[in-house]
Design a protein around this ligand. Structure first.
Ligand code: DAO
Length: 285
């Protein structure tokens, strides 16, 4: 897989997505425009060609340096967008190093990435997982296209939350000592509080149906992927490591899950803003 650390970097030999760019990743630098994945894909194609012709050590080539500076201004060059079809590309959440594919399920495109931190016993905070939010651009345009230009980015996101549009939240676990029980408990707290808000008070059974999908037999080591997808008809489909673990039809449950990431009090405010802005640009281009 070809991967990039944002702002931009190029593939290196070895297993991990390495960074040629000297841009220090001291702060969270995962902010990106809606074309960033497309640009990265274009660069990936180009860089892969240039790399395959160039077996060398750690130093970037002149071409790579030039491309890095070109891309670090977040160019929306048409060649880069067109090159998306040429191959895979991903975006790296800089704090955790987690790499997110730009497209999943064939057509769902990355709208933004963020980080879920949690404090343990009110003391130190740990990075639990990085997440990415994906939507199908065509579906979004069909459903919300007529509202573009009339509503703010935040209002468009609100429409997205309520509408019958498929969306996926992809969680990539970074905390290495996670038990499935703690996953169940965390969902019980976070989704439970949202269900009270969106589904009224009598949601115990619904919450239980949802959390019981996370069975003891599943192991969640670092790097595990959990996907929570709202499918058409307000069906919440859950997968763990690509395996379907259940689907539940409930508007309130779908709304509650999405609220954690793009609602009023999201886990990561910066990610929510990125998602809003990229959603608006989905509708413009
Ligand atoms: C020790 C920390 C345990 C936290 C586990 C969170 C795992 C996934 C939960 C998803 C919902 C949420 O982030 O609240």
């Amino acid at each position: 897989m070809v991967s990039f650390r944002f702002p931009f970097s190029f593939p290196q030999p070895g297993n991990q997505p390495n960074v040629i760019s000297k841009a220090a990743a001291t702060s969270r630098s995962h902010s990106f425009s809606a074309v960033a994945c497309s640009v990265a894909a274009g660069a990936a194609t180009f860089a892969a060609i240039s790399y395959s012709k160039n077996s060398r050590g750690g130093e970037p080539s002149v071409v790579e340096n030039a491309l890095n500076s070109l891309l670090s201004v977040r160019s929306s060059l048409p060649w880069a967008s067109l090159a998306l079809a040429d191959g895979p590309a991903s975006v790296v959440e800089s704090k955790t190093g987690e790499s997110f594919p730009c497209v999943i399920s064939g057509s769902r495109k990355l709208l933004g990435i963020g980080l879920r931190r949690k404090s343990l016993l009110g003391l130190k905070s740990i990075d639990v997982y990085a997440f990415g939010v994906y939507a199908d651009k065509d579906e979004v345009r069909i459903s919300l296209g007529d509202k573009s230009g009339k509503l703010s980015a935040a209002e468009l996101k609100q429409e997205l939350l309520e509408a019958d549009i498929s969306l996926t939240v992809r969680l990539q676990i970074v905390y290495g000592k996670l038990s499935i029980r703690s996953v169940r408990n965390a969902f019980e707290d976070s989704v439970g509080s949202r269900l009270q808000k969106f589904g009224g008070t009598d949601n115990k059974e619904l919450l239980q149906r949802f959390t019981s999908q996370f069975k003891d037999e599943y192991k969640i080591p670092r790097g595990s992927v959990i996907e929570l997808s709202r499918e058409r008809g307000h069906v919440l489909r859950t997968t763990i490591e690509g395996k379907d673990v259940g689907s539940i039809e409930s508007k309130a449950l779908c709304r509650s899950i999405l609220d954690l990431y793009i609602g009023e009090e999201p886990f990561d405010k910066q990610a929510k803003e990125e998602i809003e802005n990229n959603l608006a640009s989905f509708l413009q281009k």
